[in-house]
Design a protein around this ligand. Structure first.
Ligand SMILES: *Cc1c(COP(=O)(O)O)cnc(C)c1O
Length: 425
């Protein structure tokens, strides 16, 4: 048996499809965020501006967050010491969960080692504990939610992305008395579009379904206290389970759910991916808690970020760079070809000191490859001007069309392999 050959062939398949991923070796500079040092393959170091971080508000470098982390590490040590059951429930984690429950106006919250794990654990456990549960899932849900649906072993149906009428048809078809769990996101991170959360909540209530929303790309960023889109739209109390991450807007690591105490207690008691793994270290919990507290009490980070996002979108549009329109902090720039997208990213990095990861299939549909730009409060007007100049240079070098921002109708006409993949789950 030539074991190695199979791994090599698997890698070759990805390369042939232009899906092979290359990681940039970056060294983030906390004092000079969003600057970092990039090390090329030949070992040469170069300063770059990161334009695609999910540390949307720069909380990973906030002085209060770093102080909370270092103080907790000094006081409690580096690790958690065990699972939650076996001495891993350290006080900063208990405080963090109370902070998160309060953020979302729920009885309780439960922290996990990542947002990915929280979706896997919570969706699968909740659905599994309900008799004959039907999971009704948005077509563009994140991989972690799909893994949760799959793991539950329950029957599932998929509604067209953000299509409330289609969702309602499925709710009606399932019948009022059948257990139904509707899973969706509040803000989809690749197009930056926002779900009609109030309408979804209302239609689910009407047809007696449980709601589970992933607010990963919204927590910290939207709502008067950073509670996300559901806080902004005043529907947190209408949603049964709110899931979030501590690794994006809150700048640290971990994931969580917030819900009624009996739901939290059930997930805590039944989910193997919660029970049999070491808890978040106290220093991480303390840092995350500090970030959540900061963003509950301060509007400055959100205001500055939204201002720089608006300035970036305006400047790119004025320079006829095809920004895909949305009402969020995500700035997707349409390229529409995997190789050109990779080439654009390479030129930005090598010639302009700008790091923007290419977003290709399967993360987005083929033909909709893009650069996904995420301005933070720390991207200055000078950074924006340099980004615009660099993108214009890249567009000229690669012969990409200026000014042709694809409209939703045009996007509809494109093949959607991503949808097919999700629907096949
Ligand atoms: C990133 C992401 C997650 C996973 O969160 P992590 O904390 O990074 O594991 C879950 N859901 C969505 C929609 C995401 O984009």
């Amino acid at each position: 048996m030539e074991y190695r050959r199979y791994f090599g062939q698997a890698i070759d398949r990805l390369k042939a499809e232009r899906r092979y991923r290359v990681f940039a070796d970056l060294e983030r500079d906390a004092d000079r965020f969003p600057l970092a040092t990039w090390r090329a393959d030949n070992g040469a170091a170069q300063e770059v501006v990161i334009w695609c971080s999910n540390d949307y508000l720069g909380m990973g470098r906030h002085p209060r967050v770093i102080e909370a982390m270092t103080t907790a590490a000094q006081k409690h040590g580096a690790g958690a010491g065990g699972t939650r059951n076996i001495s891993g429930t350290n006080h900063p984690l208990v405080q963090l969960e109370a902070e998160l429950a309060d953020l979302h106006g729920k009885d309780s919250a439960l922290a996990f080692t990542s947002g990915w794990v929280s979706n896997l654990a919570a969706i699968s456990t909740i659905a599994e504990l309900l008799p004959n549960c039907l999971i009704i899932s948005d077509a563009l849900n994140h991989n972690s939610m799909i893994e949760g649906v799959r793991r539950s072993g329950c029957e599932k149906v998929i509604f067209r992305h953000n299509d409330v009428a289609h969702l309602e048809e499925m709710l009606i078809a399932a019948g009022h008395d059948r257990a139904k769990l509707v899973v969706f996101e509040s803000l989809y991170s690749m197009d930056g579009d926002i779900a009609p959360v109030a309408e979804i909540a209302a239609v689910c209530k009407k047809h007696n379904a449980m709601t589970y929303v992933d607010e990963v790309h919204a927590v910290g960023l939207y709502g008067p206290r950073g509670g996300g889109i559901c806080e902004r739209e005043n529907v947190m109390s209408q949603i049964d389970v709110i899931e979030g991450t501590l690794a994006k807007g809150f700048g640290t690591l971990g994931g969580y759910i917030a819900a009624d105490s009996v739901i939290i207690d059930a997930v805590r008691s039944y989910a193997p991916s919660f029970i049999f793994t070491t808890a978040l270290p106290p220093a991480v919990a303390a840092a995350a808690g500090a970030a959540v507290r900061q963003l509950k009490n301060s509007q400055e980070e959100r205001t500055l970020q939204q201002r720089q996002v608006a300035r970036t979108k305006t400047a790119l549009a004025a320079a006829e760079i095809p920004v895909m329109a949305n009402a969020s902090h995500i700035v997707p720039v349409y390229v529409g070809d995997a190789e050109l997208c990779k080439a654009a990213s390479d030129i930005l990095l090598e010639k302009h000191g700008i790091y923007i990861q290419p977003i290709n299939y399967p993360t987005v549909a083929r033909g909709t490859e893009r650069l996904r730009i995420t301005p933070t409060p720390y991207h200055t007007d000078a950074h924006i001007a340099a980004l615009v100049d660099a993108l214009r240079d890249v567009w000229r070098r690669l012969g990409l069309p200026f000014g042709a921002t694809p409209q939703p109708a045009m996007m509809e006409a494109l093949p959607k392999p991503h949808l097919k993949i999700v629907a096949a789950e």
